[in-house]
Ligand binder design. Sequence first.
Ligand code: FAD
Length: 687
Amino acid sequence: MVVIGGILVMGGLGMVVGLGLAIASKVFYVYVDPKIEAVDDALPGANCGGCGLPGCSSNAEAIVAGKASPASCVAGGPEIAAEIAGILGVKVEAREPEIASSGCTYGVQDAEIKYIYDGVLDCRAAALLNGGSKVCPIGCLGLGTCVRACPFGALSIGPDHLPVVDSSLCTGCGTCVRTCPKSIINLVSKTLNIIHLNLENECLAPCQQRCPAQVDIPRYIRLTGQGRYKEALNVIKERVPMPLSIGRVCPHFCESACRRNDVDEPVNINHLKRYCADLEMKSGTRYETLLAPSSEKRVAIVGGGPAGLAAAYYLKRLGHASTIFEAMPKLGGMLRYGIPEYRLPKKTLDWEIEGITGLGVEIRLNQSFGKDFSLGSLKEDGFDAVFLGMGAWGSRSMRVDGEDLKGVLSGTQYLIQRGLEQEVKIGKRVCIIGGGNTAIDAARTSLRLGAEEVTVLYRRSRKEMPAADYEVDEAEAEGVQFHFLAAPTRLIGENGNLTSLEYLVMELGEPDESGRRRPVPMEGSEKIIEVDNVIAAIGQFPELDKDALKYEDRDIEITPWNTIKTHPDTMQTAVDWVFSGGDVVNGAATVVEALAGGRKAAAAIHRYLNGETKVLPTEGLRSDIWDEATKEELQGVAKIPRNRMPDIHVPDRVGNFKEVELGFSEDQASSEASRCLQCGIYCFNRN
Ligand code: FAD
């Protein structure tokens, strides 16, 4: 009985459930459009995503809904397109291939950059179909796959047909990076940007390849052009922590590589940098700098010039405590004690340095390495690594008779005295020997201190002068006279006081090891000029204390040029916890190279402190890539005059140390940014 009852109950339940399911199937039925099914069946099922949709089923739905073309399947080809058209009751007709234009206009004319993509409205599809654009091996296709792929709506295609990221919406999920068929979207963190060294396989614009600091120039110019100045400055600061100073004194090697040279004149890259940096200073509020959490590691930095300041800044951003030991009463190195006020006001330099020390960098001033402390004492004090950035403060001698006469000065000592705000006395007739920055600064400073006749004597021709062209032009405009192909042979004096200088006329011979034509004296061409002062500015070198450059039984190696020897990629010395950079490694060079050395060393110290022993890949820049591009490819680019930095008129500046260059207006910055060809993103190589 019990068993029969159980069967009846189960049977009854079964009937109820069956009835319920029957009703549910009527109410909750899933309707599949037979057309979608048929189109889905016709599609090859590759799920390649070439149509721009997540798979063939989605594409089938989109085709039937009229949102995708019957020919949208990249893998299927014309036969499948015809089959699908048959299902939909339409005909496939031949049509012209569509052409995507990047939309870059360069003033009045469209630049000829076209992407033939056979009607496919998606970057990935274009890439699958054609292996990417047929006319441009680099560069954004501008069709917006990344925009559609972004799950957070953080991307849009901007007016220049390039993806624009809304950083407030971006979560860094990396979908856009995975989707971009041209691999030109990168997902990076600020830390990665700081420690990254450009590599050969990267697509870099020519200006970027030439910049020693590896600044992403096209990116900050693009942001500047969009009025996103703060973001532009953040891009600059990933590689250059002193943009106020660099924006004023950089010899801008980048501009000589600018492809606008083949159209009209290079983009005024450096002054755009200065514009963005000046805006921050003028606002009076520092933009926030994100610091990594503390690593509890401590790094000692010897020398507070640009190299040391850069190392301290980046180490701090990477989470390591840094302490600068500086021999002089103030930080800044040659930026403070060499470069005069009329090029870089001390107020500006102070603001910039305070921005770095304000991050929590400790400073110990009037502390001389080798005298007040040593590598051993730093180790005992618990420092985990050391960066040496003592610069090149020794002045080369002229090696002529009379150098000890009163009135003969060294260029750097002369300028340092001014930098120390000490009184500097100068006569009416001043002759400067040399052709570099120090010579030009000594000449312009002399004019400002009241000298009436200032002459620069240089043994080669103007073309070979190492000083920046525009500095020479400015000096000439201010009244400095130049004697080229002249070398001093004797300094003549009375009662220990300098009275005149004898020089020989030179002619240019064969090129020497520097590639410049060697000056050869012309026999019997001696000439004498009367002078009150001679300022020797013929070169600087690092003054190294060899006893201080050792730890236990290891010596830091010194090169024949009296510079510190380091590994070129890591800036590591023969003592593995000691790194070095700037002029003390390069010899007297430039600020941008010193900053680059400081960052490179900071990146290597970061790896060293994290226990990473692998040497970084050799840095290499593919400068050859641009040889492929020819001038004809720039023919469609309209000529737009370069914006020039306004400056104080000559009569208003010679008697004082006021800053000569006044800075761009917003209109100038914006118009100059629009001149950038955005090489590496827009591509002109149509082979
Ligand atoms: P430095 O700037 O020399 O700094 C080294 C620091 O180390 C100094 O603060 C020094 O006091 C300190 N130091 C030295 N010895 C010790 C020690 N024993 N203990 C502790 N601290 C020590 N470059 C450009 O790019 N553009 C220009 O227009 C330009 N003009 C210049 C004009 C002049 C007159 C001079 C002299 C140089 C110019 N330069 C220019 C070159 C540029 O200034 C240097 O290449 C750059 O400053 C090097 O940076 P650095 O940090 O390696 O060395």
